[in-house]
Ligand binder design. Structure first.
Ligand code: F6P
Length: 344
């Protein structure tokens, strides 16, 4: 039996732990393992596949990124490419393909399943916005990076009595911002799910000042609605193959910091955390759960359960259909958002 492994979309710390888990479990069971290089790009055209052996995954557990490489190529945009993917899967003699990705990559996996391809999923996205599963590879590490950045920003903010604005990733949801902001004790957290006008932000900063707090820390998710805040986007920016705008080019952090500096007594500075949130070594939690979902994905593949994905629900790994996971985005619930409001 032959099993393929593919990682698609943005890289995320913990992917290598999952690749290692699938490879080791599969080899143990006597399967051949094939790595697909650079996401769906590795299955179009002449394809880019290489056999993976135990030695190839030795020592990769603490490594960030993905040893297989990734891309945002979207074969759903081009029927000819979809046919190439299906043909290449067949030509490579893959009995199963484990696809590690977020909603974009998994939506391609879902379509391949509909067309009869034997594909199982693994939840991966630092944005943590997949439905049903409470664990996505890379999210815990991203939250740890935000927390560490906030700890550092606190000391310099306090010393200079400034407003520090930290812009974090997360695309259309505020998971990274809310969890990182809670852990790092941010005073104000702005996320796409709960729009706030800039006047309210100013009022909250002034209230803090009136209580003797002479510095403030604000976390803003890159995907907040600038219009809703009352700000003009800097520019539309490029879009990727799945149609997502490059949110970092909107510059929400610096727009906000400039405007707040004008509207309040605070001197303001901005930090854009960017790709450091998903680079480097995974946390222990990401290593452990990525290994667990990787191993569970191999079990699903071995049982021939195409179209399914391991999801973390509570402290258990359950099996859910990929179609459910990609049906909509998981949004930050109100109680979590309120918790951050209470604690400012
Ligand atoms: O989806 C993960 C993510 O890191 C988002 O949080 C961010 O908006 C986007 O990818 C950045 O994409 P790119 O890798 O193309 O810069």
């Amino acid at each position: 039996m032959r099993i393929g492994i593919l990682t698609g979309g943005g890289d995320a710390p913990g992917l290598n732990a999952a690749i290692r888990a699938v490879t080791r479990r599969a080899e143990e069971d006597g399967w051949e393992v094939v790595g697909v290089h650079n996401g769906w790009a590795g299955l179009v055209g002449d394809s880019d596949l290489h056999q993976l052996q135990r030695g190839d995954v030795s020592g990769i557990l603490p490594m960030g990124g993905t040893i297989l490489g990734t891309s945002r190529l979207n074969p759903l945009r081009d029927e000819a490419q979809m046919r190439q993917v299906l043909d290449n899967l067949e030509r490579a003699g893959l009995d199963q393909l484990v696809v590690m990705g977020g909603d974009d990559t998994l939506s391609v996996a879902q379509e391949l399943c509909q067309r009869g391809a034997p594909v199982v999923g693994v939840p991966k996205t630092m944005d943590n916005d997949l439905q049903v599963t409470e664990y996505c590879i890379g999210f815990d590490t991203a939250v740890a990076r935000v927390t560490e950045a906030l700890d550092r920003l606190h000391t310099t903010a306090a010393s200079h009595h400034r407003l520090m604005v930290l812009e974090v990733m997360g695309r259309d949801t505020g998971w990274v911002a809310i969890m990182g902001g809670l852990a790092g004790g941010a005073d104000i957290i702005l996320i796409p799910e709960y729009p706030v006008r800039i006047e309210e932000v100013v009022a909250r900063l002034e209230e803090r000042r009136s209580k003797g707090k002479d510095f403030s820390i604000l976390v803003v998710a890159e995907g907040v609605d600038l219009g809703g805040l009352g700000l003009q986007p800097a520019g539309a920016g490029a879009r990727d193959e799945f149609g997502h705008p490059q949110l970092s080019s909107q510059g929400v952090g610096s727009l906000l910091s400039d405007r707040l500096a004008r509207l309040t007594e605070f001197e303001a500075r901005v930090t854009v955390l960017g790709h450091t949130q998903r680079g480097g070594s995974p946390t222990a939690y990401d290593r452990i759960w990525a290994s667990a979902v990787g191993s569970a994905a191999f079990d699903l593949a071995r049982q021939g359960r195409a179209g399914m994905m391991p999801a973390k629900i509570g402290s258990q790994i359950e099996t859910v259909p990929i179609s459910e996971v990609v049906a909509s985005q998981r949004r930050v619930p109100e109680d979590l958002y309120q918790l951050a409001r209470y604690l400012h």
